[in-house]
Design a protein around this ligand. Structure first.
Ligand code: PLP
Length: 400
């Protein structure tokens, strides 16, 4: 019999969305007439821009013609036309990334999890708490030591490094899921300085960069000085362009980024990651890459921006209602997530029950994202505009 990777048995059971579904199903069965509004899951709802789908269809048609048919993609890192489009997109917000530094993938989740394959299991991994659960789980699966930097009310849910603590790998996410908070340029610089001092690598998740509206909030860690010497960035078209069901993202590893091997030699991380992907990943389908490239065309960016504005208007509806009720929150401005303090010192799950039972609105208890999430709650702006307004009207009528 094979031996199991027993680290899997030690993982915390991820009951969050299962528990939510159970509670909502039980409530719906007991109250068949209840008009339930779901604002819990972080999935998009607006359809993909027409020009993006047209590009995908054109790519699919090319597969049916001998002269334009495509089999395996030679490099497995993404077609040049897409990597050039992504490089141009970075340039549009002032960041220089060469097409060769970009690797196209099937979404940010896979690479956020898989990237640790190139690092030893004896590294200490620092993760902000609360966090997107993949960061913790993927490292615990390999038995790595995980430590946390507290994101909390005092620091506006933007954890900063502690110079007395050493880490080898650091996960940062801005705009953040679940808290909607963002790092300023100065705050990112402090993390970069900390990483360089500790010879650490930052794994930076910018999946929600397209939601940034405020000046001075970097859309990429590579907008900040020093990042090319200590950071890897993961981004995705899931939230930028509604690709959660299409699957396409990209990872950037600067050409000069190195780590020291046991024999003292310096190893380029892009080479190690290329070796890993070359063995285990065969690339993204051609029609999807055609669609992804169309996202970054002038028309694609215009049409996609409309969807983002739609969600941003929802976020404002949620934020305005919380302002009116005097409830503290982060997010909403540069993020589709609004993270608020449960009224009257209620626990996350206690508030979940009240919101479901009395307003028939479903959200996500913050406690599911880490210890600092207890007493906090996440609503998403990815829903329908009228339903979002209706949900917040019901919320405002709750008595605490
Ligand atoms: N990173 C964060 C912070 C997310 O919230 C998500 C999805 O919700 C992802 C990455 C994964 O996105 P993808 O659909 O690209 O795998």
């Amino acid at each position: 019999m094979p031996h199991l990777n027993e680290n899997f048995l030690k993982l915390e059971k991820n009951y969050l969305f299962i528990n939510i579904a159970k509670k909502v199903n039980a409530f719906a069965a007991a109250n068949p007439d209840a008009d339930i509004i779901r604002m819990g899951i972080g999935d998009v709802t607006q359809p993909i821009a027409r020009c993006v789908i047209d590009a995908m269809k054109k790519g699919a048609d090319e597969m049916a013609v001998k002269e334009t048919f495509k089999g395996y993609e030679d490099s497995g890192t993404g077609y040049d036309f897409l990597k050039e489009a992504i490089s141009g997109y970075y340039k549009s917000f002032g960041v220089d990334i060469k097409p060769e530094e970009i690797r196209v993938n099937d979404g940010a989740k896979s690479d956020c999890g898989n990237i640790v394959d190139i690092f030893g299991d004896d590294n200490t991994v620092l993760i902000t708490d609360p966090a997107y659960p993949v960061y913790v789980d993927t490292n615990r699966m390999n038995g790595r030591k995980v430590i946390f930097a507290d994101s909390n009310e005092e620091n506006g849910f933007a954890a900063m490094p502690d110079s007395g603590v050493h880490a080898d790998l650091i996960y940062l996410c801005s705009p953040n899921n679940p808290t909607g908070s963002v790092y300023t340029e100065q705050q990112l610089k402090a993390w970069i300085d900390y990483a360089i001092k500790n010879d650490a690598i930052i794994i930076y998740d910018s999946a929600y960069e397209a939601f940034i509206t405020e000046e001075g909030i970097p859309r990429s860690i590579f907008a900040v000085e020093g990042a090319r010497h200590c950071a890897i960035e993961m981004c995705s078209l899931s939230k930028t362009a509604g690709f959660t069901g299409m699957r396409c993202g990209y990872t950037v590893i600067p050409d000069e980024l190195c780590a020291e091997a046991g024999d003292g030699s310096m190893v380029k991380l892009t080479d190690l990651w290329g070796r890993r992907q070359g063995s285990k990943f065969n690339g993204v389908s051609y029609p999807v890459q055609c669609a992804a490239a169309a996202v970054f065309s002038e028309e694609g960016l215009k049409q996609t921006a409309e969807n983002i504005k739609y969600y941003q208007r929802n976020a404002k509806v949620i934020a305005d209602a919380l302002d009116e009720m005097g409830i503290k929150y982060t997010g909403g401005k540069n993020s589709p997530y609004i993270w608020f303090k449960c009224p009257n010192g209620m626990g996350s799950w206690e508030f979940f029950d009240k919101l479901l039972e009395e307003a028939n609105v479903v959200g996500t208890p913050g406690a599911g994202f880490g210890k600092n999430g207890e007493g906090w709650f996440r609503l998403t702006a990815f829903g329908d505009a009228e339903r979002t307004k209706e949900a917040m009207e019901r919320f405002k009528k709750l008595k605490f």
